[in-house]
Design a protein around this ligand. Structure first.
Ligand SMILES: C[S@@+](CC[C@H](N)C(=O)[O-])C[C@H]1O[C@@H](n2cnc3c(N)ncnc32)[C@H](O)[C@@H]1O
Length: 219
């Protein structure tokens, strides 16, 4: 995420990772072309997500918010043979770039499906293919609670929920932020965070990264 705001600690963590592949660099390049490089996931966070997906043994995984396909590549790498990733995106330009990247990926033993359209509607259509083993929520911030409601219904018991940007740059605890989040977005994110914190529904933990990454396991 967001080179301009990476701390020395984050830069140090990044320096320990191996260089990203040409295809990942292509996704970053496309995001930069769109002027959205800052909202692409950082290598360190992406590596964390990949490790969690692998550790959890996820085979059928859903990503909400493809952008140019960077996080999707990390998740895809973590899936075992026979694995499938559905990644949802509503913006045509973003989808076209992601599609170019995905067409260059080796899909001989596992598959990646780019699903275009509003995630809330497309998720409902995907339900017939469930239950899924995990979801990465990184789409429309005002729809996070709806994404979670869908996940509760469509993940298997023990399924993995990962969600990025759950601090909304500090607006969830009332800090004024450079990026303007609406009251509605902040309220919904707080409801989302409180629901994931409910120990009757989830085993959960927060990684205090710059934007905050929620990890939940559905009970
Ligand atoms: C933060 S970016 C995703 C970054 C990506 N996961 C990565 O790290 O490489 C959020 C993406 O969600 C998409 N998005 C926003 N609202 C959406 C919606 N209602 N349905 C589907 N996608 C949406 C945006 O167009 C954008 O590409």
């Amino acid at each position: 995420m967001r080179d301009s705001v990476l701390t020395n600690k984050e830069n140090y963590m990044g320096s320990l990772l191996s260089e990203e592949s040409d295809l990942k660099k292509q996704s970053r390049h496309f995001a930069d072309e769109l002027g959205l490089g800052r909202i692409s996931i950082s290598a360190a966070e992406a590596q964390l997500i990949k490790t969690l997906v692998r550790m959890h043994g996820c085979k059928k995984f859903v990503e909400i918010g493809t952008l140019t396909g960077l996080s999707a590549q990390y998740i895809f790498e973590a899936l075992p043979e026979g694995g499938e990733l559905w990644t949802l995106e509503k913006d045509e330009k973003h989808g076209a770039m992601a599609s170019q990247v995905f067409s260059k990926m080796d899909q001989a033993n596992k598959k990646i499906h780019l699903v275009m359209g509003d995630a809330r509607e497309e998720l409902e259509k995907l339900s017939v293919l469930g239950p899924f083993d995990g979801v990465f929520i990184d789409g429309n911030k005002a729809a996070y609670f709806d994404y979670l409601t869908w996940s509760e219904k469509n993940l298997r018991p023990g399924g993995l929920i990962l969600a990025d940007n759950i601090f909304l740059s500090g607006s969830v605890w009332g800090e004024a932020t450079q990026q303007k989040f609406s009251e509605k977005q902040t309220k919904i994110m707080n409801e989302f965070n409180r629901r994931l914190a409910d120990p009757n529904l989830f085993e959960s933990a927060i990684v205090p990264s710059y934007e905050g990454l929620y990890i939940g396991i559905k009970k």
